[in-house]
Design a protein around this ligand. Structure first.
Ligand code: 6PG
Length: 230
């Protein structure tokens, strides 16, 4: 699963850069994508890092060196190991006391680098999403008011279950990307994967079912264990 995802990233980034553009990607946290990030830093994968902009899908409200920080995972697995210019790394400063301000600044950063290209929303070239066993994706949790966000590109979200605040990209941005890839692994995700892929979706969809790119490609990369109930 991870090496297929690495190949796809390599293909898309090189295609974009060879056509003269730079390439933007938003990366999720959690444990699933770590292997992918490690692979992206190996010499087998050829990426034009000087032309790649890395954004975060979401971040826990902790300092960047905290064990739960998504940025810390990203840095350790990938960013510290590749020649990406620091100016191309766009970290969500979710540790700031004023979270609303941090969300506004991240939205401004997205707009500055990517421009409002897609119906007024920034259009990322690629987004990697994960999915929780409760059907959440990014930091959009079931029944969260953040799911109704149609105005802001980035907002503060709260998970009751985890009792934690996060910053997250919102649905309008997530659904404006050119390519979106869900990475799902492990037997503990098998049941929710079956539910999320069921068609037609229920009247009260889970957050992962609300990922429906308006003008982009959506793919699911899953391992054998997660696919066990399909
Ligand atoms: C995070 C995420 C989140 C994650 C899922 C799956 O900060 O936790 O970005 O949306 O992708 O919770 O997490 P696992 O890969 O750890 O199962």
């Amino acid at each position: 699963m991870s090496s297929e995802a690495a190949r796809k990233f390599e293909f898309l980034a090189n295609q974009c850069v060879e056509a003269g553009a730079s390439f933007s990607v938003a990366l999720s946290g959690g444990s699933t994508p770590r292997r992918l990030y490690e692979l992206l830093a190996t010499p087998d994968v050829h990426l034009p890092w000087a032309r790649i902009h890395v954004f975060q899908v979401d971040e826990r409200c902790v300092p960047p060196d905290h064990p739960e920080s998504n940025y810390r995972m990203l840095r350790e697995a990938l960013l510290n190991r590749v020649p990406i210019p620091q100016a191309n790394v766009h970290r969500m400063a979710a540790e700031r006391p004023d979270r609303e301000e941090a969300a506004r600044e991240y939205a401004a950063e997205l707009a500055r680098v990517l421009g409002p290209k897609h119906g007024g929303w920034p259009r990322l070239d690629l987004i990697f999403l994960g999915m929780g066993a409760d059907g959440h994706t990014a930091s959009l949790f079931p029944a969260s008011p953040a799911l109704d966000e149609r105005r802001l590109a980035v907002r503060v979200a709260f998970s009751k279950m985890l009792n934690s605040h996060r910053l997250t990209l919102t649905l309008p941005v997530l659904n404006s990307a050119a390519e979106t890839i869900f990475l799902v692994s492990g037997a503990d995700k098998a049941e929710i994967l079956r539910e999320v892929l069921r068609r037609p979706p229920p009247p009260d969809p889970l957050p992962a079912q609300l990922i429906e790119p308006a003008n982009g490609q959506l793919s699911w990369y899953v391992d054998r264990a997660a696919a066990g109930r399909l």
